[in-house]
Design a protein around this ligand. Structure first.
Ligand code: SAM
Ligand code: SF4
Length: 318
């Protein structure tokens, strides 16, 4: 890996922004109850960054020190050229290229994707029971998602499943997910419901701290805690007998102090933080203006976790 080429991605607290969440679009074909209203408003596709602009901006960020890129959205695989984006970004000197997806489309392109450098796939699945899955996502695509999970495993991707845990909705499946992880040797990551967007009115009712899941799992399984990098959002345990469980405790154990993430939304606005609606557009700026714009973005980056965000996750790029 090359040396960092500049200090424009280091903020005043010494945090180095090496990871970029790249939202390809805000549209989605699911309506997960904690993320999107049934009647969601999406950006008109003419306002999304054009492919060449998107690729140029990411390439420039990489020249300034970004080392990891994750494609997200909305649902990134709904963008017609998402695979081309993955192929083109594979030419950059990245340490990691990943994709976070609802899994609906993935199985159709998995072979092509396996030939790219995009090898870190997170698939969201909040229930292993078809009816409940359909009621959480408000769409009947359980079989497609399962197919994508097993194909991604078969093709040897570095695969993780994201499970948003909600009290009295799917918390009764935590042990089933742990068994699933053991049985198929697939990492499962439990996400605390975040106080964001459409989840806010339900937050008190749904929220369960990661520690209470840990207590429950520890009563049934042996596991060993893994070492954690300073900027890891998850803390993980290896299950004896195979499988791995991670926790993203964004609410109860926020990880802002070690944050290394920037987010580029689908229109080309670079946000310093998930919780900051302010950001700077990189759509039309020239390379000479990057240092100033990046430094300005760094200046906006908070050190403490904001309590909530009105804007829904799908608009920011989760
Ligand atoms: N559509 C893709 C997917 O669902 O994986 C990518 C975008 S989605 C916004 C990214 C991740 O954010 C998903 O794992 C989703 O479960 C999570 N997410 C969305 N809203 C959330 C909330 N209020 N609390 C916790 N996680 C949330
Ligand atoms: Fe779509 Fe992902 Fe939001 Fe679900 S979490 S509605 S799949 S963007």
């Amino acid at each position: 890996m090359r040396e960092r080429s500049s200090s424009h991605l280091i903020d005043s607290y010494g945090r180095y922004m090496k990871k970029l969440r790249l939202s390809l679009l805000d549209a989605c074909n699911f309506r997960c109850v904690y993320c999107m209203p049934e009647k969601a408003q999406f950006t008109p596709s003419k306002d999304y960054l054009k492919t060449e602009d998107l690729l140029r901006i990411v390439k420039n960020f990489v020249s300034f020190g970004v080392e990891e890129v994750r494609l997200t959205g909305g649902e990134p695989t709904l963008r017609k050229d998402w695979l081309v984006v993955a192929q083109k970004l594979s030419e950059l000197p990245l340490r990691k290229l990943g994709l976070t997806t609802n899994g609906f489309n993935l199985h159709k392109s998995i072979e092509d994707l396996s030939r790219t450098q995009c090898q870190y796939i997170n698939i969201s699945i909040d229930s292993l029971r078809k009816e409940k899955f359909n009621s959480i996502t408000r769409r009947p695509f359980y079989d497609d998602v399962m197919k994508s999970i097993f194909m991604a495993k078969e093709f040897g991707f570095n695969l993780k499943l994201n499970v948003v845990v909600m009290k009295s909705v799917n918390d009764d499946e935590v042990i089933d997910f742990v068994r699933f992880s053991q049985k198929y040797d697939i990492e499962v990551r439990f996400l605390e419901t975040m106080n964001i967007g459409v989840a806010r009115p339900h937050f008190e009712k749904w929220f369960i701290p990661a520690q209470s899941l840990i207590n429950n799992i520890e009563a049934h399984f042996d596991w060993t805690k893994r070492d954690r990098e300073a900027d890891d959002t998850a803390f993980c345990y290896d299950l004896s007998g195979g499988g791995r469980i991670g926790f993203i405790a964004s609410e109860s154990q926020s990880f802002c102090q070690g944050c290394s993430r920037l987010r580029l939304d689908a229109k080309g606005v670079l946000r310093p933080c998930l919780f900051k609606e302010q950001g700077l557009s990189f759509k039309d700026i020239s390379l000479e203006d990057y240092p100033k714009a990046l430094s300005e973005t760094m200046r906006l980056k908070p050190i403490e976790r904001e309590k909530e965000l009105a804007q829904p996750m799908y608009q920011v790029g989760g």
